[in-house]
Design a protein around this ligand. Sequence first.
Ligand code: SAM
Length: 224
Amino acid sequence: MAAYSDHNNYFVREIEKHDGSVLKVNQCHMGDVGCVVWDAAIVLAKYLETKLFHDPSLGVNLWAGRRVVELGAGTGVVGLMAATLGAHVSVTDLEDLQSLLNINIQDNHTLIHNGSITAKVLKWGEDVSDFLPFPDYVLLADCIYYEQSIAPLTETLKQLAGPETCIICCYEQRTEGINPKVERQFFELLQQSFHWEEIPLSKQDQEFSSPDIHILHIQKNQRL
Ligand SMILES: C[S@@+](CC[C@H](N)C(=O)[O-])C[C@H]1O[C@@H](n2cnc3c(N)ncnc32)[C@H](O)[C@@H]1O
């Protein structure tokens, strides 16, 4: 799509990492919801860098060598952060977002040393065999917003998550219009196959967090 492949249409969001390096994420002036960085994506990207996962002073890095799939990646900022921390990442979204994802991968490749990142099409509800065996982590930021996509999104989570997969879901709680209903529907469907724990603000990045943006760790229920 022209809007996502012409460099003149971009404006850049810079996200500074703890090591002082800077992710440069291209966004588009015009386009669908995926072509800008949403607040939940920044909160999740910065959460991936917290000491829970990554503490160089103790030699801890839970991202090193892990297989990660990001759903509804948009600009790809969350997956890019994981790749710079050493994970092997597939950033996925609809066909229209692939050129923007690839430009962001290209513009940040010098920050990726031991990890890797590839952009791929994954439409929720469709075949996930390209992403198996089960990844270690599935990441999603601001993907609970569209009534028609709730059932296919939940189906994709079911197909993609194995017993050991940790799904990290970050979403902004919105009170207007249909948003509360969409959220309720998502969690009703989710609880049929998954359980979750909410990460308190005290364990999130101290600067990039907000009471209306929630982070959940979600795991598949074990069959009895
Ligand atoms: C609100 S945007 C969030 C983008 C990015 N995660 C962020 O937070 O900046 C929602 C994303 O979900 C993607 N999306 C919506 N419906 C989808 C579907 N059926 N299959 C795959 N991706 C979808 C959109 O293309 C968009 O990139």
